[in-house]
Design a protein around this ligand. Structure first.
Ligand code: HEM
Length: 223
């Protein structure tokens, strides 16, 4: 891409679409992996250990995981930076005086902005909770994610934080997937209906799949 392409609104929207799809792929895999919690501590902890040994012996311990982490960090930074720049542009492009007292961005734009901020804060909390254990409620045990997850969802605030974030995630995916398809030029009058169905299905499946874990702990199915 040339410099002008990066600077254009279409270029920034393309960066948002591609980085968003990378994160969506990660989330689908993460949600699916999380459901292994319903098969018990042995299965779930074994899965977490496997995440650190993918590609061995070619890759060293945790190397593949670190590649995934670097790609995710780049995707988050690219996504957030483009979002910030696009919304600055949007604000600057507004005429200085409005006839109406309080001009507001559209419902979708506001939902995406606030949803993005909530998800950004959630990701920081989630890593400090279940990866590093810094803000974890119980005695964090590295290598025993099953017990750590049960501890988190045994507190009321753990359930509230995660469930609110998962609902924000659903709304973000529903609109984001649709926008990405439009930016990447997949849409057409006939395909739009199908794209909307896919966006809704992805949002519902991911939200429900993630929320199943705290619900499993709250109902005693996972203990
Ligand atoms: C109820 C929902 C969720 C549960 C139960 C959950 C569970 C976990 C657990 C147990 C880990 C640590 C894995 C390990 O150390 O082996 C983890 C890591 C992580 N999760 Fe989630 N997760 C949830 C939702 C999400 C969502 C919605 C996102 C993104 C928006 C996300 C992003 C991440 C990231 C980036 C990591 C760090 C991976 C790493 O570098 O080690 N998670 N999650």
């Amino acid at each position: 891409m040339t410099r002008t392409m990066w600077d254009s609104s279409v270029g920034k929207k393309t960066v948002m679409a591609v980085s968003g799809l990378i994160m969506l792929l990660y989330l689908a895999v993460h949600m699916f992996g999380n459901l292994k919690i319903f098969f018990g501590a042995g299965d779930f902890n074994h899965y977490a250990h496997w995440l650190r040994t993918i590609g061995e012996p070619f890759m060293h311990y945790e190397w593949t995981l670190w590649v995934i982490r670097v790609v995710l960090v780049l995707a988050v930074v690219a996504h957030a930076t483009s979002a910030y720049q696009l919304s600055r542009r949007d604000i600057k492009a507004r005429p200085s005086k409005y006839v109406h007292a309080r001009p507001r961005a559209s419902y979708a734009t506001r939902t995406m902005r606030w949803g993005g901020i909530i998800l950004g804060l959630f990701i920081v909390w989630h890593i400090l909770d279940l990866t590093t254990g810094t803000v974890h409620s119980g005695g964090f045990q590295p290598g025993h994610p099953y017990q750590n997850v049960v501890d988190t969802f045994s507190t009321w605030y753990g359930n509230v934080i995660y469930i609110v974030a998962m609902l924000a995630l659903g709304l973000h995916i529903q609109h984001g997937f649709w926008s990405a398809a439009q930016t990447l030029g997949v849409g057409s009058r006939t395909r739009d209906r199908v794209l909307k169905i896919i966006a809704n299905a992805l949002a519902v499946i991911l939200t429900a799949g993630f929320i199943a874990v705290p619900v499993g702990v709250m109902t005693g199915l996972v203990a």
